[in-house]
Design a protein around this ligand. Sequence first.
Ligand code: A3D
Length: 320
Amino acid sequence: MARPKIALIGAGQIGGTLAHLAAIKELGDVVLFDIAEGIPEGKALDIAESGPVEGFDAALKGTQSYEDIAGADVCIVTAGVPRKPGMSRDDLLGINLKVMKAVGEGIRDHAPDAFVICITNPLDAMVWALREYSGLPHNKVCGMAGVLDSARFRHFLSLEFGVSMKDVTAFVLGGHGDTMVPSVRYSTVAGIPLPDLVEMGWTTQDKLDAIVQRTRDGGAEIVGLLKTGSAYYAPATSAIEMAEAYLKDQKRVLPCAAWCDGELGVKGMYVGVPTVIGAGGIERVVNIKLTKEEQEMFDKSVEAVKGLVEACKGIDANLV
Ligand code: A3D
């Protein structure tokens, strides 16, 4: 049986890291696509040359031609521009929308059966645009943000509690922006919800509030340190977890930007929600109950995403 084919559209910082991880984990053969000549070819060759040492057999190829992504099982899209210090994710809207048009049409023409994971920012609006331009079914197009935001939340919580990151679960919902909603009630240490841990004296409400805010600002914190780009190790790992869930039909429960059709009070929009990812793509949106206060925060985040989608429609008259 042939190995699965993974197409990475964008061979920059995240794209290169995705290729490395996909090869090491032997998820399949990897095609790195980028408009920048030499970059995808160079990264593909460099990673392939690590194969004998690492002990993987995955084939890697760099290309500027969409024909090479033909028949891909998974496409992970990072094509576009990342933010620089002082920029918000939303500042990237106009430039990255044009990129989503080219990429969406490339996927439509060459890999229409793929499971597509978008990472390009501003995430929720770019997923929506990519789906529109590609015309793929909504359950086969999603965005990576929730796994990353939740991983950041989990990391900060594990430091606060002095426990293994493996035992901390967390959900971050809503749009991938300043209004994202780290869910305190649905986040736990080995099943014990965070509010109980406050009562047990493991932390204080003030400290928890500060961790929630640090999670919201997690991307900006890295941008401020790197100065020349944004985070790429944790974003790549997060998208690989989603790709693996699809390729191995794992039915993982992972938060991601998924098409909502009434779930959590959202109709006809992409936004960050808990989902089940398996061989059917986004097989289910987990329709969790929110408290009044949580729902208000979530709705505010949904409104912010709606504004960006409307802005996309204003830029490109072909988008409906
Ligand atoms: P970078 O290293 O600049 O890579 C982007 C690559 O896209 C470059 O190699 C470009 O040449 C390439 N590119 C540009 N236009 C096209 C095109 N039309 N077709 C194919 N390739 C093209 O950026 P990066 O890898 O650090 O980040 C990529 C994107 O991910 C940015 O938009 C970031 O803002 C975003 N990002 C999202 C998250 C989320 O959690 C959602 C986290 C971190 C970064």
